[in-house]
Design a binder for this molecule. Structure first.
Ligand SMILES: Cc1cc2nc3c(=O)[nH]c(=O)nc-3n(C[C@H](O)[C@H](O)[C@H](O)COP(=O)(O)O)c2cc1C
Ligand code: SF4
Length: 332
């Protein structure tokens, strides 16, 4: 079967966070008009709690390269890039051996979180300011140097290769880390629930989990029927850990990774971080209620007015922490 049809039948979605149907993206690039086309394997993996792409580098590099070559041939791209996080530089000799003669270049970058965002990634390779571009146009029609470009997460390309080899059992890698359970990769179906990726015997030792990193959501054990979406990361916080610890960690990370281009994200993350510290410092229930209201308002504003998905994602950790753990936060 032709690969784009096989991808469609498999229901493979992008595993870098956004979950866009892979076959649609491949078809869009294949059908885009352009004198050249490019393929980029996104191996930026700058989000805390995610280490599945490193696992692929360690254990399935040849299949990943097979996926890049397949993508290149399918969309008629002359050249491909692997956009590699600097923390994975140690794998370079192995990668160089695997890509030899295949017209695949390695681009090593700082590993800053925002550089994994597809348009910031393009800016970075082009040597421009590391800030997102507005969309549309999408990279499928106007990507690297203005040419149609297929950008896929490393695991998406790895899974596409398995599908091309007749694999029908569609799964993904979940990165499990934090307290209670030792750090591990769990391979499960796409769309697995939280309770399906954490061994059952540990469930009663957990206060909450953070799903899909700092821009993701918080869930308590009663809500472990929820699907592990986004990057497939589950970070576990044990019984002694407080939700505000998790929320401060998420907001501090987003504040430090904000590129500063737009006000709602730059100022919003700064103000929320400041308010969270105030929240911890006060024992007045009245003040606490007022502070969480203000935090929610700032986060909601950032969600609808930020320029890129980093700023838009602020509301998710804030809302899920405040809605699900209100009593704990108010100290009632
Ligand atoms: C702030 C931010 C960081 C991102 N970091 C990564 C990353 O490290 N790796 C990745 O594959 N996608 C990352 N993405 C998603 C990419 O923009 C893009 O959607 C993805 O590489 C497309 O591949 P996929 O369709 O195979 O998921 C990030 C998105 C945002 C908004
Ligand atoms: S939302 Fe944040 S990261 Fe995105 S452009 Fe605005 S300041 Fe930069």
């Amino acid at each position: 079967m032709e690969i784009i049809s096989a991808l469609k039948e498999s229901n493979l979605i992008g595993l870098g966070g956004a979950g866009f149907p892979t076959w649609q993206k491949w078809r869009a690039v294949k059908e885009s008009l352009g004198a050249k086309r490019f393929v980029i394997c996104n191996l930026s993996e700058g989000e805390p709690g995610v280490f599945k792409d490193e696992y692929i580098l360690q254990n399935h590099l040849l299949e990943l390269v097979g996926g890049i070559v397949l993508a290149k041939e399918t969309v008629s791209a002359g050249r491909a890039y692997i956009f590699l996080n600097d923390k994975y530089r140690k794998y370079l000799p192995k990668i160089n051996r695997a890509v030899k003669g295949k017209k695949i270049e390695i681009f090593i970058d700082t590993g800053r979180y925002l550089c994994g965002e597809e348009t910031t990634l393009l800016q970075t390779i082009e040597g421009k300011l590391r800030q997102p571009r507005s969309k549309p146009p999408y990279p499928t029609t106007s990507g690297l140097y203005g040419y149609p470009t297929l950008i896929n997460n490393a695991e998406t390309l790895y899974r596409a290769y398995l599908i091309s080899q007749g694999g029908s059992d569609l799964k993904r890698f979940y990165s499990i880390s934090g307290d209670v359970v030792s750090k591990r990769i769990v391979e499960e179906k796409i769309g697995a629930k939280i309770r399906e990726v954490i061994p059952a015997r540990f469930l009663d030792q957990i206060n909450f989990v953070r799903v899909s990193g700092p821009s993701g959501f918080f869930a308590k054990p009663e809500d472990f029927e929820q699907i592990v979406s986004g990057t497939g990361a589950v970070e576990i916080y044990g019984k002694k850990r407080k939700i505000l610890e998790g929320l401060i960690d998420s907001i501090t990370f987003l504040k430090n990774e904000s590129c500063g281009k737009c006000t709602p994200c730059r100022e919003g993350t700064y103000r929320i971080a400041e308010l969270l510290n105030k929240l911890i410092a006060t024992s007045s229930l009245w003040d606490r209620k007022e502070i969480i209201e203000l935090i929610s308002e700032i986060a909601q504003t950032a969600a609808v007015t930020s320029f890129c998905p980093l700023g838009a994602s602020i509301a998710r950790p804030v809302t899920t922490a405040i809605d699900n753990f209100k009593q704990e936060i108010l100290g009632e």
